[in-house]
Design a protein around this ligand. Structure first.
Ligand code: ZN
Length: 181
């Protein structure tokens, strides 16, 4: 396998080591000579750092609660939940057209409730059902809001949804910068 064994060290040391970035892994994969290049980038990631998509320090005691192991890779449970639920709720909203069938005020109230739940401040500790609820709520909000932007005929309401999205994104970035992790 195309790897630098001296940099990897023992399994224990590797588990405590800071996570490799996906970009660094891709650069190393691209630099592999053809004869020792793994069959796929995914196979390379699996062998070099299967924790790269876990988003949590692999040395912590509750690590297993925060990840799912899929195909030899450790996936962040929170991010995976959002990635899987967003298209599901997008499909439900597009097919049922619920965001535009309800009065605008009711849709706004539903979106606000979903936003509040998806921003629940939870302690960084063992994963609970509330963590999952928070991520499902975010997936529901993202999918449904995207459907609303497609379905609504009002450019003003489209602007409100997109404006709220950008505002939340900027606010979350600022909070994360102050409280990383
Ligand atoms: Zn994550």
């Amino acid at each position: 396998m195309c790897s630098d064994d001296s940099a990897r060290g023992s399994t224990e040391a590797a588990r405590e080591a800071p996570r490799t970035s996906l970009r660094a892994l891709l650069a190393r994969y691209m630099a592999c000579p053809a004869e020792s290049k793994p069959a796929s980038f995914l196979a390379f990631v699996r062998s070099e750092d299967p924790h790269v998509f876990s988003h949590h320090a692999s040395g912590r005691s509750d690590y297993r609660d925060h990840v799912w192991r899929v195909g030899g890779l450790y996936l962040c449970r929170g991010c995976t939940t959002v990635i899987v639920t967003t298209p599901v709720f997008l499909g439900i909203a597009l097919l049922s057209r619920w965001p535009v069938r309800m009065p605008t005020a009711a849709t706004a109230a539903t979106f606000s409730a979903l936003l509040l739940v998806s921003l629940l401040p939870l302690r960084d500790g063992p994963r609970t059902a509330l963590h999952d609820l928070r991520r499902v709520s975010l997936g529901c909000l993202l999918g449904s809001a995207l459907a609303y932007v497609v379905l609504t005929e009002s450019w003003a309401l489209r602007g409100v949804v997109l404006g709220a999205y950008v505002a939340v994104l900027v606010a979350r970035r600022a909070v994360r910068r102050r409280h990383p992790g």
